[in-house]
Design a protein around this ligand. Structure first.
Ligand code: ADP
Length: 481
């Protein structure tokens, strides 16, 4: 099976969140299962610098406002996989983040930048850009790639099957109508049952309407997004397409996220957890926290955004501190949340430490050194950090929502007795519910060291590797073919 993934991020070249980890891992898992997999990416600086052996495969010419564009192929680092890269410096050769400029505002020409991504996917599917390779399936990810299915649908005879995966419905890729004319798409699509969205148009909606199958990254989120509460105004479309919508849980690349990683302070395993104590000590030292082995050390590694419930953590800080806990935060995002965390670190030196920024290596140290990871998201399509935390024996404290509720088993009398508990789950995204679970976690940590070790061991033994998820996608593709 020849599969073309279409995405805007790939770890380690361009990453703003979980999407990058998935685009790095899923194609490899599929290739290991025997598929012929390629990935199409925009030629952002990180991509141009990181994809090796780039050679031109087609001249595209002037397109989407760029005087010239070409399609390159190269090799993804650390794998044998081929990447297609759209080389259009006018659109992609820019400082920083793929979606927003240094002023944190969306790039004004995002419709062209990501329109070209979908367009190129379709033209690869039509066999017009690479005579030697045509996909059997086009698998597009998130709004950035949403137009791929519309361009494919527009072809008079070629009907390459398309799968569209929603990694986060909240980012819908909405643009004013004036932009539509620049995309070369039929005006027939511009209806409420097409990609029109309340007087504007949405790339995400295009993916939802014109793809043959829709997936999202956990079974619970697949249900949630069909409701007004989580549907971001697209629940109607999703309900209509319910028969074609499914949830396939993301996996983890356990070669990258492992407590046997020699880059963390000390390696450890589920059966010999001693190294974790040393990782905690190192983390406390590096962050200037009191070197207290008995304090439960809570961590945050996250975008600092309302979606992630970060404000709730600051609100519930008194409970955490009353329980004898410490907090380490690594994140970047909304200015107000950054400021509140910063002030907390000033108010509680030695107990709360905050690093504003994005730091891949540090995120691994934190996963290894902390006792608990806080993920109180208001909504969470899948969530990767709780899966990473589990592997490091860092018990996740999560809101019962989306992928969080599919992957963490709450610690209760019953789940302890049935040997299933792996973390702490609370039911409402508010300060009281989070605070109460934080208190419970602190009490268990202090009062039942043996019980804690058992839960930690079980957490570490959870298996969310990619093979299962890749097998699910394979079934979906085969049904389409
Ligand atoms: P989302 O994609 O919604 O941000 P996920 O949990 O799916 O959330 O994935 C987040 C990814 O980004 C994880 O790999 C996590 O480790 C990483 N991450 C988030 N914030 C930071 C940060 N400040 N520094 C390093 N890695 C981060």
């Amino acid at each position: 099976m020849r599969i073309l993934h279409v995405a805007a991020e790939i770890f380690p070249l361009v990453k703003t969140g979980g999407l990058a980890d998935i685009i790095a891992a899923l194609p490899n898992a599929q290739a290991q299962r025997g598929s012929d997999v390629r990935v199409l990416l925009p030629g952002f600086r990180g991509i141009m610098a990181g994809v090796t052996d780039l050679v031109p495969v087609a001249q595209i010419g002037p397109v989407f406002g760029a005087a010239t564009a070409q399609l390159l192929t190269g090799c993804l680092p650390g794998s044998e996989l081929t990447a297609y890269v759209i080389d259009a410096p006018f659109l992609y050769d820019r400082e920083g983040n793929p979606y927003v400029g240094p002023d944190r505002r969306d790039w004004k020409d995002n419709h062209r930048r990501f329109g070209l991504l979908g367009w190129a996917a379709a033209h690869i599917a039509f066999g017009e850009l690479d005579a030697e390779w045509q996909p059997d399936i086009v698998h597009a990810h998130d709004w950035h790639a949403g137009l791929a299915s519309a361009y494919i649908r527009q072809h008079p005879s070629l009907k390459t099957p398309t799968v569209f995966t929603v990694h986060n419905l909240a980012f819908r890729g909405i643009f004013p109508m004036e932009c539509y004319g620049e995309l070369g798409l039929s005006t027939e699509f511009l209806t409420p049952s097409g990609l029109e969205f309340y007087g504007s148009f949405s790339f995400m909606k295009a993916g939802l309407v014109y793809s043959d199958k829709i997936t999202t990254v956990s079974p619970t989120y697949a249900k949630e997004i069909q409701t007004p509460e989580f549907g971001c105004g697209l629940d109607g479309v999703l309900t209509e397409r319910a028969d074609d919508l499914s949830g396939i849980l993301n996996g983890v690349d356990y070669d990258i996220w492992t407590p046997q990683d020699t880059k963390i302070a000390h390696t450890y395993t589920a059966n010999n957890q001693n190294g974790k104590k040393l990782c905690k000590r190192a983390l406390q030292r590096d962050f200037g926290l009191q070197r207290d082995g008995d304090s439960p050390l809570f961590a945050v590694v996250s975008r600092l955004a309302g979606q992630k419930g970060m404000d709730l953590i600051i609100d519930a800080l008194p409970e955490l501190l009353d329980g004898g806990g410490q907090l380490v935060v690594l994140g970047t995002g909304e200015a107000e949340i950054e400021a509140r965390f910063f002030h907390a670190s000033q108010a509680y030196p030695g107990r709360v430490a905050v690093r504003i920024g994005y730091d891949e290596a540090l995120s691994h140290h934190i996963m290894a050194g902390a006792d608990l990871l806080l993920v109180p998201s208001r909504f969470e399509p899948c969530g990767l950090t709780q899966l990473y935390a589990l592997r490091y024996g860092t018990l996740p404290v999560v809101h019962r929502v989306g992928g969080l509720s599919d992957t963490v088993v709450d610690t209760t009398r019953e789940t302890i007795a049935s040997a299933r508990a792996t973390g702490f789950v609370f039911d409402r995204p508010d300060k009281a519910a989070l605070g109460s679970r934080i208190r419970d976690a602190c009490a268990l940590y202090r009062n039942d060291k043996v019980g804690w070790r058992k839960i930690r061991r079980r957490a570490m033994l959870q298996d969310f590797s990619w093979n299962d998820s890749a097998a699910h996608y394979e079934v979906l593709y085969r049904n389409l073919l």
